[in-house]
Write a protein of this length. Structure first.
Length: 165
């Protein structure tokens, strides 16, 4: 696979960060399967220094937030949030998500990040509530773990395969 082919196929896997996909390409990744390629994506993610990681985390959209409402999220994020019904919440449920997003951001300084594909709004709200009790360090680690899961699911999409639970 050429660099241009790689970037065309995987350039949007990291939320709005094609520069990180370039870093994956620079590793000479194994593109034989989603799992093999995931190892290189994870290496780049885990190699980010604190400030760069914070900026990356902060670049993720709020769940059921204004960016989703206006269509300003990536196609991957729109599909994932849509699969959880976050694009069709009634006014009360949307207000609850907006309040939870604000509480979470106030506590941790980053958006709530969760692999929401095929989860229900109730499951996501329960995770919000549970994770608000985490320490900042534990929550940062959980956000990175969730990004790893999101990456794997998106890579499987690109390969046309299904991730094993």
């Amino acid at each position: 696979m050429t660099r241009n082919d790689f970037l065309a196929r995987f350039g949007s896997v990291f939320e709005n960060r094609p520069d990180l996909v370039e870093a994956v390409w620079a590793l000479g990744p194994d593109c034989g399967s989603a799992e093999a390629l995931h190892a290189s994506f994870a290496a780049v993610l885990h190699g980010l220094r604190d400030e760069a990681l914070t900026m990356f985390l902060d670049g993720h959209p709020d769940l059921a937030g204004k960016l989703l409402e206006t269509g300003a999220v990536t196609a991957d994020s729109a599909r994932e949030q849509g699969s959880a019904g976050l694009d069709a919440l009634d006014a009360a449920a949307r207000a609850r998500f907006l309040a939870m997003n604000a509480d979470y951001r106030a506590r941790f300084g980053i958006p709530f990040i969760m692999a929401v594909r095929d989860r229900s709004a109730a499951e996501i709200l329960a995770a919000f509530t549970a994770r608000l009790g985490n320490t900042p360090e534990a929550e940062r680690a959980e956000a990175v773990r969730q990004i790893g899961r999101i990456l794997l699911l998106r890579l499987h999409d690109r390969f046309g395969t299904t991730a094993q639970e």
